[in-house]
Every structure is written in C-alpha cells, then in structure tokens.
Design a protein around this ligand. Sequence first.
Ligand SMILES: Nc1ncnc2c1ncn2[C@@H]1O[C@H](COP(=O)(O)OP(=O)(O)OP(=O)(O)O)[C@@H](O)[C@H]1O
Length: 327
Amino acid sequence: MIQIEGLRKAYHSRGRTVVAVDGVDLEVREGEVYGVLGRSGAGKSTLLRCVNLLERPDAGTVTVDGVDLTALPERRLRQHRQRIGMIHQHFALLSSRTVAGNVAFPLEVMGVDRRERAQRVAELLDLVGLGDRARAYPAQLSGGQKQRVGIARALAGRPTVLLSDEATSALDPETTASILELLRDLNRRLGLTILLITHEMEVVKRICDSAAVLREGRIVESGRVRDLLTRPGSALGQEIFRLGPPPDLPGTTIVDVTLPDDSAGRSFVADLARRYDVDVRILAGSIETVADGQAGRLRIALPGSAEVNEAPLRRLREAGLAVEVAR
Ligand SMILES: Nc1ncnc2c1ncn2[C@@H]1O[C@H](COP(=O)(O)OP(=O)(O)OP(=O)(O)O)[C@@H](O)[C@H]1O
C-alpha cells in the first residue's frame, strides 16, 4: 500500500546541514497498522511528512496505492492527498468552528454539496463516538474528544491510508488506550491502512502489526512486531521486555528465552529440570500483550558454562523458542 524507497531529506540552516531522513526504505502492507518508533529528533515527523509530500524529499520515491507521489505535478498531487488522511499530536482543530464544522471543512474544500455534507458529517461523528457533540466547540471538549474530531475529519475524504503524527502523545494513558482502540477498530472495520509515528512503545505494543525503529534518520530494524520480538538482539524486543543487564553469577549460564504466542513453550522450565536434572533458576520475566496476543521473555540461569548446557539450549531452540545467551 505504501512503498518508500531510498528516501532522503536534509535541512540546511545557518550553515549547518542536518540529514533528518537518511536513506529510508519501508513497506506498509494494505490493511496493516505500521508503527515507526524513535526518540525525539530521530526523523519521524520528517519521514511522515514526506509520505504525503507536505515535505519534498531530496531523493527517493513514495508510492501510495500504486501511484508514485514524487512524480506527480502539484494539481494531481492535491487530488491524491485526499486519499491520505492525517491526524496530529495537537489535533489542529479550528477553534471558531463547531465539531461538525471542523469535520465538514475538508468536505467543503472538496466541493461536496450541503446535504451530502451534513449526512457524511453525522456518519463520521457516529463512527468516532461523538454523535451527540456535533454543536460543541473544540474548547468544550476533552483531549480524547478533540482527537476523535481529528480522526473524523481525517476520514472525511474516505482515505485508504491514515497517517498519525504522535496522535496520542498529548493524552493521558486511559485516553490513549481508548484512541488506540478506536484506531484499531477503524483499521479493521474500514480496512484502513495506518502508518503512525510514535516515541511510545505502548503504542507499538497495543496496535501495531509491523514496526520499524528509526535512529538518526535510519531504520535500524523493521518487520512484523511478532517476528521482531523473537529476533535475537532486537532493539524492539529489548524495549518491550525490559529485563535489564544480566547479573554476574559465576559458574552459571544466563539465558533469555522469548516465549511466542502459544502455550507450547510455557512449560519449558519443568521440562529442562526433569530431562537434564538441572536446577533452573528464574531471574526475571516479563509477559506482555503484544499485537493482540501474549508474548513474553524469561531470564533463567542454568548451572555450568554454555558448553556444558549445549543440550538443554538445543532443546529449547528445537521447541521453537528464541534463545539468547545473555552471559
Ligand atoms: N524545518 C526544519 N529545519 C531545520 N531542521 C529541521 C527541520 N525539521 C526538522 N529538523 C531537524 O531534523 C531532525 C529530525 O527532526 P524530526 O522532527 O523529523 O524528528 P522527530 O523524530 O519527529 O522528533 P520529535 O519527536 O522531537 O518531533 C532534527 O535534528 C531536527 O532538528
């Protein structure tokens, strides 16, 4: 649905050049929720703004729904942008317009007639659970409600793609959860493809099917969240399951075992203890709900060196568990 190839964008100011996006390739499949995770300054906003060409990249292509946007003249680009909705961290609502007026705004720009507009606005407000606040003004709404208006407005042109620029960063945890749930629901019900940028791991954990980690303008890892969690050395896996640095326990092998979303791996501690007659010590663990399923990581200590423990480690790997010797 979205293909980004070789994307590069640099800014020049006061004699300095900052390469904000430095050769990014990314593929977002139709109907998925894709999260780009990164710290402040990593280049997330620039990357997102290059997807609908609010920002012109210096190099690379952005293809959305089969159309290379970078090759389009301005007028056709404007048409295509209507197929891409966008929501913002600070909602970007017009304070002088009512909720209904804000949602109607893009429809007015598109030239939709008054009757159809009213009907569409009512539908959109129902969709985001604000059917009873049509006449309110933004100042009378909570942050979560404002973002719901932002979402309704973004969906006015029936986009196939929704871009989300830190949509929940200004919200408290409970409101964040309800907005993420709404986005997930819209993704499923409308088949909407969502590309979001965030610095919050919680967002990736809760709704993303796939994710990329962006650092200094470059993607350091990307893929389906479920696969990344079990990939050895994954930055995302380490962030989600925060086990910390392994302790110094001389004469033991410390192993981090990632449990995928099935119960097969769950009884491995008892299995190892029985089969190899070893004392398995559990040092730390974390089980999280990720991408709608449960996944976890357990840190265990086995007596003896890694060579001595070759057979138990092999057994774990053969059981389909991702195993990393931490120390
Ligand atoms: N218009 C601009 N002019 C000059 N430098 C810019 C501009 N926009 C962004 N930058 C620089 O590009 C780099 C990436 O910024 P960007 O806003 O894309 O990162 P980000 O990951 O979205 O960070 P944040 O979450 O803080 O917004 C930063 O070093 C930033 O200072």
